[in-house]
Design a protein around this ligand. Structure first.
Ligand SMILES: [Zn+2]
Length: 249
């Protein structure tokens, strides 16, 4: 898959620095601005939610990204707080951020992650105790090459959440999207390694929880490194019943 395309226009392009007379310099500036504007009109960016131009996310769809925190408990008793349902506009926005590297959407999704983090913090952290490390699920090397962005870390940054990059992949895993529940668990089992935590408490952070196999594996790695998992937080959560996504070759 190709790397993300470069922006279509560059309105910040500097004016020529040569010895242009002031009038010619001003003419150049005005004509360049007009060309950039014409480019924007010729290539309007459709809304990722409803497909209508001219905004990447229109006001109506932005409302659909208002936080609606829900809690799921994964099988080993791991609590996961999520800011949005992975459906409709939120799902389209997250897919556009992940698959098309539309990074400005991270800012629109940040309130949902922030609200889920706040809720998890109040529910899982003992008052007066030291705050947990917020540990993002690592981006695989293949995703990094394909997208050029660490999605979960970008949304965390936009939400103002400090990141403790303690987890890493110990081996390659297959793309989870095409796998069923049991296959996902087998695919990621033993795939992560964590830096030594010395008893520190941790909230895991990911973009989407589907079956929870990735979070369960991350939790195992944190415990193996001497950490204590208070729970996990994600931008969005899929419905409990899910179908594997067919992936085009
Ligand atoms: Zn829209």
């Amino acid at each position: 898959m190709p790397r993300p395309a470069a922006p279509r226009s560059s309105p910040q392009r500097p004016a020529p620095s040569g010895p242009l007379p002031p009038l010619l310099r001003e003419l150049w500036r005005v004509s360049h601005a007009a060309l950039a504007e014409a480019g924007a009109l010729a290539f309007p960016v459709p809304c990722v939610g409803c497909g209508e131009p001219p905004a990447m996310l229109c006001a109506r769809c932005r409302i659909e990204l208002r936080p609606a925190v829900c809690l799921r408990v994964l099988e080993p008793g791991l609590h996961v707080w999520s800011g949005l349902p992975f459906a409709g506009v939120p799902a389209r926005a997250i897919r556009a951020l992940k698959s098309e590297s539309r990074t400005p959407l991270a800012r629109a999704l940040a309130p949902a992650l922030g609200e889920a983090l706040d809720t998890a913090w109040h529910a899982a952290v003992t008052p007066g105790a030291a705050g947990p490390l917020l540990v993002p699920i690592p981006t695989s090397a293949a995703s990094w090459r394909r997208r050029g962005v660490r999605v979960v870390e970008l949304v965390m940054r936009r939400a103002g959440a400090p990141r403790a990059r303690m987890l890493r992949h110990a081996r390659r895993v297959a793309d989870q999207r095409a796998l069923g529940r049991a296959e996902r668990g087998r695919n990621v089992a033993g795939s992560m390694r964590c830096d030594e935590l010395g008893g520190a408490s941790v909230l895991l952070v990911d973009d989407v929880v589907t079956t929870g196999a990735t979070l369960v594996e991350a939790s195992r790695a944190v415990v193996a490194a001497g950490g204590r998992v208070l729970g996990a937080v994600t931008v969005a959560s899929t419905p409990r019943v899910f179908e594997p996504t067919p992936i085009r070759a």
